[in-house]
Design a protein around this ligand. Structure first.
Ligand SMILES: Nc1nc2c(c(=O)[nH]1)N[C@H]1C(S)=C(S)[C@@H](COP(=O)(O)OP(=O)(O)OC[C@H]3O[C@@H](n4cnc5c(=O)[nH]c(N)nc54)[C@H](O)[C@@H]3O)O[C@H]1N2
Ligand SMILES: Nc1nc2c(c(=O)[nH]1)N[C@H]1C(S)=C(S)[C@@H](COP(=O)(O)OP(=O)(O)OC[C@H]3O[C@@H](n4cnc5c(=O)[nH]c(N)nc54)[C@H](O)[C@@H]3O)O[C@H]1N2
Ligand code: SF4
Ligand SMILES: [Mo]
Length: 754
């Protein structure tokens, strides 16, 4: 076990790096001829504003943007090493094709000719559905938009997905079913107004450091602010916790119902809000009244929930009372809730707490999902980058929506198929089965990041795989038949939309490295070679693409008509709905100050303070869901007695292609490990730094043990960043039947000392 001094040292270092966003003095970093450009951080969904320092055609410095209210000039440690990634030796500089088993350099002409020829052959012989696109919440909105038009509009297949399926799909499902609209009601502004942060399945300090810093500041300036954490693991986020509940991974649904039980039975609910603003429904969608909701909750007394979740009943009551007694409350959640077999239900149950207490739609209160990637909200959720949706919160299943989009795209209405395509896991299964014979992968590394990964290497090996990448090699390029060099952040312009509905513009500051090209133009040029010259003729600039997309948002809940490039270049982002160029953007949706709410007829607003007008809402009401507890997909048993959960750490980003280019970050976090609680380690005779063998039903690997009082006994944690220790081979690919998001957060494992 790490000794106490070591532990305090590591925790303090992580805490400091995580929480105190550092502002590097620009003078130390930049020479006098540096040109500074306002942009956005490449990494997480917080969406921090950065100033990029360019000199002599190179990125030479980076600092936080003082004028951006998200981060007020602060950045976390990953962001500071972005310039290293831009100019890394591992940048992919030329198109490559596989010849005799090896990737060899070629030119654009040959590479794109080959892709176009193969894709057209597959389409002709097997139909459009034998092709697929797999994209990313890190791609720009303009890039995903081009892919959408090519695949859904021209090739005529809805097999278009992206990694937000692995990440935010359950949150989307939760928001749509609970409040009728995707994305939060409020914004980060609520952080400075709240009395309680309830952090559920979110390692905020390491995964969203600048938001964590804002939480710390709120607590510092207002010490009565409470912090409650619900997570099977202690993380650096704990340093500010007032109370931490440790449910067994996958067993917290009963716990959320038990918090509701206490709120209902101890008089903390807002009956008039419930009456005016909500439906109460059971799992089958049948309507109920408050009395039958109360009866439902009787199955979830704190004692019963304690037996299921492993959290002491007294702690559940304490958490509920803190929630009930706080005048305002913010619940923040991330992958601990989403990456679950019942991720949508978990989201519903957390949102319930806000609906029954009326702690929503007022300053300082919100059920606020934290987004992982920088543009999962913008490009994919709003831009329609999944197999069942179209740009502007539209659905492929809706005929009018298909027509509207087809018209803007200039393609026959019948081109867009009414049936959703294959979701991510089904798509990679489709490659395994040979139903999908060609795939275009952009800005994501699925051979590394998919759950039960080795299972899906088969299809990648067998089918025609095109990978648009900025770095080489990755686990996915190992399977590629063609690799296309993509311009990286700062080498292209475009828009990112972050967690709080804010769209921000990023300029192209330097020329692309080597022969790299902008992803949107690669897709455009490929489309032309496939025979869609007419359809793609007009896309000469990023602004043309953005403006076409912007037009598709007109009158929608996510109206971006006022967010022109011209305006976005000047301001620090705009929060939709922003219907005109004069409109300042919207702090709270569905209530006073929201232009769509304000325009509603007075009779709709009678006796209420919110009107949930989103695409899935009825009568302006939200829904309180009676969701039962459900076990995770793979409970532990005698054979595999330990719950394996996976996630990320402060210093690294996903599959390491970018943060792995900074020696400083590699030194701080050089390799994978498994965190084991000292209680479990003692039982198994494992000491700190021992090599252990980890096994699940899908595979095994050797890994170093880190004996540390972080995961609760019975749980172990492994970060998924290192390809040398591919923990994803061990992860379960069981997915939520609603959101189709896989359960990365729970697998049954066993560990033995080697
Ligand atoms: N440094 C860094 N930051 C990142 C990223 C990165 O790669 N590196 N990636 C970004 C992306 S795309 C994402 S999606 C976010 C993810 O951000 P987070 O979700 O905060 O990070 P994770 O480490 O995936 O998991 C969060 C927590 O879920 C807990 N958990 C596991 N099982 C359960 C459960 O059953 N119930 C509950 N309540 N909690 C559970 C884990 O113990 C863990 O502490 O981070 C973003 N930010
Ligand atoms: N075990 C485990 N696995 C997980 C998770 C977990 O919690 N546990 N979380 C899941 C989640 S939430 C997520 S979001 C995924 C993330 O998984 P991935 O998306 O697979 O991971 P990244 O490393 O972010 O991959 C982005 C890729 O795009 C490349 N790239 C960067 N910029 C550009 C660009 O401008 N253009 C192009 N074409 N390429 C570019 C990078 O080099 C990199 O290879 O992982 C999922 N996998
Ligand atoms: S918190 Fe996220 S967006 Fe902000 S600097 Fe860090 S990685 Fe970038
Ligand atoms: Mo994510």
């Amino acid at each position: 076990m790490q000794n106490r001094r070591e532990f305090i040292k590591t925790s303090a270092a992580i805490a400091a790096a995580a929480s105190i966003g550092v502002q590097f003095p620009s003078k130390l970093m930049a020479s006098t001829d540096t040109n500074w450009h306002k942009s956005v951080c490449r990494y997480c969904g917080v969406g921090c504003g950065v100033m990029i320092g360019e000199s002599g055609g190179k990125i030479t410095a980076i600092k936080g943007d003082n004028q951006n209210t998200i981060n007020n000039g602060h950045l976390c440690v990953k962001a500071f090493y972005l310039p290293k990634a831009v100019h890394s030796k591992t940048r992919l500089l030329h198109p490559m094709i596989r010849k005799n088993g090896k990737l060899v350099e070629t030119d654009w002409e040959e590479a794109l000719d080959l892709v176009a020829k193969k894709f057209n052959e597959i389409r002709k012989a097997h139909g459009g559905d034998a092709l697929a696109f797999y994209g990313s919440g890190q791609a720009e909105t303009e890039e995903t938009y081009m892919a959408n038009k090519l695949f859904k509009g021209c090739i005529g297949t809805n097999n278009l997905e992206g990694n937000p399926r692995l990440c935010m799909a359950s949150a989307v499902g939760g928001y749509l079913s609970s409040i009728g609209a995707d994305e939060p009601v409020g914004t980060y502004e609520d952080f400075e107004k709240t009395d309680l942060f309830m952090l559920v399945g979110s390692n905020t300090a390491e995964a969203h450091p600048i938001l964590f810093e804002r939480i710390m500041r709120r607590k510092n300036s207002n010490p009565s602010t409470k912090i409650v954490i619900i997570d099977p693991r202690k993380t650096p986020t704990d340093q500010i916790a007032d109370l931490h509940l440790f449910p067994k991974p996958g067993y917290d649904l009963a716990l959320f119902n038990a918090i509701a039980y206490v709120l209902v039975n101890e008089g903390f609910i807002d009956e008039s809000f419930i009456k005016a603003h909500t439906f109460i429904k059971d799992n089958e969608g049948q309507a109920h009244d408050l009395t039958s909701y109360k009866e439902f909750l009787n199955d979830y007394t704190p004692e019963k929930a304690a037996a299921i979740s492993g959290v002491p009943a007294a702690d559940i009551v304490k958490a509920a009372k803190i929630f009930g007694n706080s005048k305002t409350a913010m619940t923040l959640w991330t992958m601990g809730l989403n990456q679950r077999k019942r991720g949508v239900w978990a989201n519903n149950l957390v949102i319930n707490l806000h609906l029954i207490t009326g702690k929503i739609g007022v300053p300082g209160s919100d059920a606020f999902s934290l987004t992982g990637q920088p543009n999962a909200c913008g490009g994919v959720r709003e831009g329609g980058g999944l197999c069942h949706i179209l740009p502007g919160h539209r659905l492929v299943a809706n005929e009018a929506h298909r027509k509207q989009v087809a018209e803007v795209w200039g393609v026959p209405a019948g081109n867009i198929q009414p049936k959703p395509g294959k979701h991510t896991i089904a798509m990679f299964q489709g490659l395994n089965d040979g139903d999908i014979k060609g795939i275009y992968i952009m800005c994501t590394n699925p051979a590394h990041s998919l759950p039960n990964a080795a299972k899906y290497w088969k299809g990648l090996k067998e089918q025609f795989v095109v990978v648009a990448e900025s770095f080489l090699p990755t686990m996915t390029t190992e399977y590629a038949d063609v690799v296309l060099p993509a311009a990286f952040w700062t080498e292209k312009e475009g828009v990112y939309g972050c967690t709080e509905r804010r769209s921000q513009y990023m300029p192209g500051v330097i020329e692309p490295s080597g022969e790299a090209k902008w992803d949107a133009f690669i897709l455009r040029d490929l489309a032309k070679k496939m025979g869609f010259e007419k359809e793609f003729a007009k896309y000469e600039t990023a602004e043309i693409i953005w403006d076409e997309y912007r037009g598709l948002t007109k009158g929608k809940d996510m109206d971006l008509m006022g967010a022109t490039y011209n305006r976005l270049k000047k301001v620090r982002g705009l929060i939709w709905p922003v219907p005109t160029e004069e409109h300042p953007g919207t702090y709270k949706r569905f209530t006073d100050g929201d232009p769509i709410y304000d325009a509603l007829p007075a009779e709709k607003k009678k006796n209420r303070r919110m009107y949930f007008y989103g695409p899935k809402a009825k009568d302006g009401k939200a829904t309180i869901w009676m969701r039962p507890h459900a076990d995770p997909g793979e409970p532990t048993d005698a054979e595999y007695p330990i719950a394996l959960t996976t996630g990320r750490i402060l210093e690294h980003w996903h599959t390491l292609t970018m943060t792995g280019t900074a020696p400083q970050l590699n030194r701080a976090a050089p390799k994978a490990y498994v965190e084991i609680n000292p209680v479990d380690a003692n039982k198994m005779g494992i000491k700190n730094k021992d090599q252990v063998k980890m096994e699940t039903r899908r595979g095994s690997l050797n890994i170093e043990a880190r004996v540390i009082d972080r995961p609760a006994p019975g749980t172990v944690f492994v970060p998924f960043h290192w390809k040398e220790t591919p923990i994803n081979v061990l992860c379960s690919d069981i997915f939520d039947p609603g959101s189709k998001e896989p359960e990365y957060k729970v697998a049954a494992a066993r560990i033995t000392k080697i």
